[in-house]
Design a protein around this ligand. Structure first.
Ligand SMILES: [Zn+2]
Length: 238
């Protein structure tokens, strides 16, 4: 399923359900719901979340900067020969890493910076840094589509928001939105394996990606979500 569909369905249903249950819809709760709707796909190289966190243009800029740094190190005379060549090759070679690896490197560096200044924007920096670390180390399509990940993400949000007195809206928003992403994925051909190493697979095969019927079901889900949002927030505002 496409990132945009996940974004609309997970975020829309989460905020509607929270409103119906009487939770306060705060700006942080909306932000957490939106991020959580895309978070499970962060191990996909073309994930919407990854692309917006580290855009293509930033990667190109980094590559140019690295090559520039390599040339500088070669000529600046900082290291004794032959180490200036070694140093220059080392720095320069990083810019030739494939896009996915380079992205992971950038995400790790941003995470380190966030951890360093984490106390200034508690708890948001911790949350962002944890996401980036996980994103840069998880294997492709691995642990993020499991119930463990839902529990882990919910627990992380629960504990970091303990001191915020938000009435639990933050971890409910994040946990629900994340779980809805997995539920939507379990409708697809690919399905999910919610409890590895148990081989049990959730796969309803309602949507085979790329087929007409598949995108039809996807559109129906989006329309139903939008109807729910209109019903909850426009027709019966509390
Ligand atoms: Zn997914």
């Amino acid at each position: 399923m496409m990132g945009k569909s996940h974004f609309i369905i997970s975020t829309g249903i989460t905020l509607s359900v929270m409103n119906l249950l009487g939770y306060e819809i705060t700006v942080p709760a909306v932000a957490v719901a939106a991020v959580s709707s895309l978070l499970p796909d962060i191990d996909e190289p073309n994930s919407l979340l990854v692309r917006s966190a580290v855009p293509e243009s930033a990667l190109r800029l980094l590559q140019v900067a690295l090559i520039g740094a390599a040339i500088y190190l070669y000529f600046a005379g900082i290291a004794e020969p032959p180490w200036h060549i070694v140093l220059a090759l080392l720095v320069g070679s990083v810019s030739f890493l494939p896009g996915r690896r380079l992205r992971q490197l950038v995400m790790l560096l941003i995470a380190l910076a966030l951890f360093a200044f984490a106390d200034d924007y508690d708890p948001w920096n911790y949350i962002a840094a944890c996401i980036l670390v996980v994103a840069s180390v998880v294997p492709h399509r691995g642990i993020t589509h499991t119930l463990y990940a839902v529990a882990g993400w919910g627990a992380l949000l629960y504990f970091v928001s303990l001191g915020m007195n938000d009435g639990g809206s933050l971890w409910i928003a994040g946990g629900l939105s994340y779980a809805l992403h997995l539920l939507a994925d379990s409708l697809t051909q690919r399905g999910i394996t919610p409890l590895p190493p148990l081989p049990f697979k959730l796969r309803l095969k309602l949507m085979s990606t790329g087929t007409k019927k598949g995108s039809g079901v996807e559109k129906v889900c989006i329309v139903l979500t939008l109807l729910l949002v209109v019903y909850v927030f426009v027709i019966t505002p509390s």
